[in-house]
Design a protein around this ligand. Structure first.
Ligand code: FES
Length: 107
């Protein structure tokens, strides 16, 4: 199964089913992940900084393209509520700005 590996999140290796967004897969694995708008593509708090494997992800949605155009989402960042993993492994990190205060990140 495709795998999401979050480097700075303890236990951050998550299997992602084909019909699941990254956010849902993270939540199903018991991870607490910021998602202020409830996964509707109306904020950027659920974003993931992708280090490797961008090509394995579904193309950016209209919401992501709007945020990219507005400079609120960088080219190597994806909204976990909008994105699915097609194959292989994606490595990423939780951006410092969206880290939750009660979670112990490795950096
Ligand atoms: S939770 Fe708001 S855009 Fe993903």
């Amino acid at each position: 199964m495709p795998t999401l590996l979050i480097e700075n999140l303890p236990g951050g290796t998550v299997s992602v089913a084909k019909d699941s967004t990254l956010l849902k897969a993270l939540q199903a694995s018991g991870h607490d992940w910021l998602h202020a708008c409830g996964g509707k593509g109306r904020c950027t708090t659920c974003r993931l900084e992708v280090i490797e494997g961008l090509a394995h992800l579904t193309p950016p949605t209209d919401a992501e393209l709007r945020y990219q155009a507005a400079g609120r989402l960088l080219a190597h960042e994806r909204l976990t509520c909008q994105t699915r993993l097609l194959e292989g492994t994606v490595r990423g990190r939780v951006p410092r700005a969206t880290q939750l205060p009660h979670v112990q990140y490795s950096s």
